[in-house]
Design a protein around this ligand. Structure first.
Ligand SMILES: Nc1nc2c(ncn2[C@@H]2O[C@H](COP(=O)(O)OP(=O)(O)OP(=O)(O)O)[C@@H](O)[C@H]2O)c(=O)[nH]1
Length: 412
């Protein structure tokens, strides 16, 4: 039987840890995880083990449960292994294919995607242990009103980071087109240089109108980008609607990018979102706009002093930058790394991530329960009639809700 080439390249995805330690006498766990530590003798042994039936059966039984996935066909399992191995090798095509799989709404693909995510999560845990428990990537949310300069900023900021040998991924949360559900803005078209950079990955993420405008898949795409070795993950939102609040709930640091304009130009910005900002960057501080930028900065500095403190170690900062000239961008990164280090040292960053995962679990339950309720046979035909009665004032919202909930309960 031909030995699978993947077995020779990534044997630790086939063999359980026990097999490794009993049959390959690895000195340490770190060695076991480093595939390049395989010697020709190890490879000969793998070939021998694969050829002798008895051991092959044993190997299959020994593969850790999360690797020998029940319920997936051989073809689906090969897809999961191919995407997983390509992802952790840093292949952008595998990352793109993995995110597309995670974005799928088709139930079978969703199931395969969850298995892939579980493998990536366990890889995350291994790598974080090797990284003294520190997170693999710095997750940054970026929001601001249309025209504030987000795309121009990401292009300039991203290029600066890749020149400093960071791997940057950008998930641009786009409003979906009403027909296709695909992303409208296609930020790639406006981040031309960065999208050509081999150390950058840009992905418009369609919202499909889900809760808060930011999709479940954005949260999961962040995990996949980190599994792909991207150590700075930027999640950009269009800056209107509810998406900023959802993004703030899935990143380590939330940045608000504002134009040097006050008053009605900032109508799109809700007070609540300013309270969630860890850093406010007044953009376009160049040319004739330097003076207004200074004034707006002063206004926000005094306004933010009145906001309730959300961290014991960090006070939100207000900076002036120019995405056009690059002025202030490097200082801004210094401030961001200062934030990350303070939050890590104080333990607030890990605590925040744990809390965020719980918030997302309940967001998803709420979203799926509502979907399940609306589509339930005992309820869906009653909804239009009861909505009509509420609109015409015949029924109170409370009574209509009780009638629908009773129909749902009786129908269970
Ligand atoms: N002077 C100046 N103009 C800028 C700067 N950054 C962006 N712009 C200009 O502002 C306009 C909007 O920039 P974008 O980067 O598309 O802004 P955006 O926030 O991505 O816009 P939306 O995609 O509509 O949300 C463009 O004409 C940019 O050239 C800056 O730092 N200085």
């Amino acid at each position: 039987m031909k030995i699978p080439s993947l077995l020779l390249r990534f044997p630790h995805c086939y063999f359980s840890r026990r097999t490794y330690f009993t049959h390959f006498d690895f000195a340490s766990r770190a060695d076991f995880l480093r595939v390049e530590s395989l010697t020709p003798a190890h490879l000969d042994r793998i070939k021998w083990m694969w050829s002798s039936n008895g051991l092959r059966r044993e190997l299959c039984q020994q593969v850790a449960p999360d690797q020998q996935i029940e319920g997936l066909s051989d073809r689906e399992q090969r897809l999961v292994d191919r995407l997983y191995n390509g992802l952790i090798q840093g292949h952008r095509a595998c990352l793109a294919e993995a995110i597309t799989l995670v974005e799928s709404t088709q139930s079978r693909k969703k199931k395969i995607a969850q298995f892939l995510l579980q493998k990536v999560l366990s890889y995350h845990r291994e790598q974080e242990k090797l990284n003294q428990g520190k997170p693999l990537a710095f997750r940054v949310g970026l929001s601001g009103p249309p025209g504030a300069g987000k795309s121009t900023f990401i292009e300039c900021f991203g290029k600066m980071l890749t020149e400093r040998k960071y791997k940057v991924s950008v998930l641009a949360v786009d409003p979906s087109s009403s027909t296709s559900g695909g992303s409208l803005l296609g930020d790639k078209t406006r981040m031309t240089e960065l999208s050509r950079d081999m150390n950058a990955y840009i992905r418009p993420s369609p919202t499909r109108g889900t809760l808060g405008g930011v999709t479940r898949t954005t949260n999961e795409a962040i995990l996949l980008c980190e599994g792909g070795g991207y150590n700075v993950v930027l999640v950009e939102t269009v800056g209107v609607g509810q998406s900023e609040f959802a993004v703030a709930d899935m990143v380590d640091m939330f940045i608000l990018l504002l134009p040097p304009a006050g008053g009605d130009e900032l109508q799109g910005i809700k007070r609540g979102i300013i309270e969630m900002a860890d850093l406010v960057a007044i953009n376009k501080a160049d040319g004739d706009l330097v003076v207004p930028a200074r004034r707006i900065q002063a206004e926000y500095v005094s306004a933010m002093k009145l906001l309730r403190k959300r961290s014991k170690v960090w006070r939100p900062k207000v900076m002036r930058i120019s995405a056009k000239t690059g002025e202030g961008i490097s200082d801004m990164w210094d401030k961001m790394t200062e934030f990350r280090d303070l939050m890590l040292t104080s333990g607030e960053l890990i605590a925040k991530r744990r809390k965020q995962q719980k918030v997302w679990m309940w967001n998803l339950i709420q979203e799926n329960m509502l979907e399940h309720f609306r589509s339930h046979l005992a309820v869906k035909d009653k909804i239009p009639l009861l909505e009509e009665k509420v609109l015409s004032g015949v029924l109170s919202p409370g009574l209509a809700a009780d009638l629908l909930l009773k129909a749902f309960k009786d129908g269970l």
